[in-house]
Design a protein. Structure first.
Length: 165
């Protein structure tokens, strides 16, 4: 998979976030959460700017950003697929579903398709054990998956993006 070029983000949106926390370095995690909500991930220039404004070293800001699993350092696709590999989902067929999705999209776990549409992430649990096996795509949960059903969902999203639906 080719690495997509990342544009330098407009950092003006950070002013509102940092002002709300009065540049308080003790509020680094909420600052990073709001920054990620603004950009969809934590761009390097934004982390440098946060470090300068809060007085926290860039290394420390980067350390917090990479320590917590909630933070993303690269952009995700338009559709973020969270494929559950919790116990219920795992024993209900996680492996063939994951393989089928990877094969269909041509990416591995943690990667984004070249067209920027899909990012695949396997996660410990999405809290829908009664729907096992399950996945969440953005804010929608899909349950009782089979390999074919999972691919049909992805095909439908592709068709929607192509204006075919």
């Amino acid at each position: 998979m080719a690495q997509r070029e990342q544009a330098v983000p407009d950092l003006s949106g950070l002013e509102c976030i940092l002002s709300a926390y009065e540049n308080d370095k003790r509020q680094l995690v909420p600052i990073l959460q709001e920054t990620q909500a603004l950009y969809g991930y934590l761009p390097g220039p934004a982390l440098e700017y946060i470090a300068r404004r809060t007085g926290v070293s860039h290394a420390a800001v980067l350390g917090v950003a990479t320590f917590y699993a909630q933070f993303r350092m690269t952009p995700v696709g338009k559709y973020l697929i969270l494929l559950c590999k919790g116990t219920a989902c795992y024993v209900s067929g996680f492996n063939p579903i994951e393989k089928t999705i990877r094969d269909y999209l041509g990416i591995e776990n943690g990667q984004t398709t070249e067209d920027g549409l899909f990012t695949l992430e396997t996660v410990a649990c999405i809290g829908c054990c009664c729907l096992a096996p399950a996945m969440r795509i953005n804010d929608r949960t899909y349950g009782h998956l089979t390999p074919n059903y999972a691919v049909s969902i992805l095909k439908e999203l592709r068709m929607k993006e192509a204006g075919e639906l």
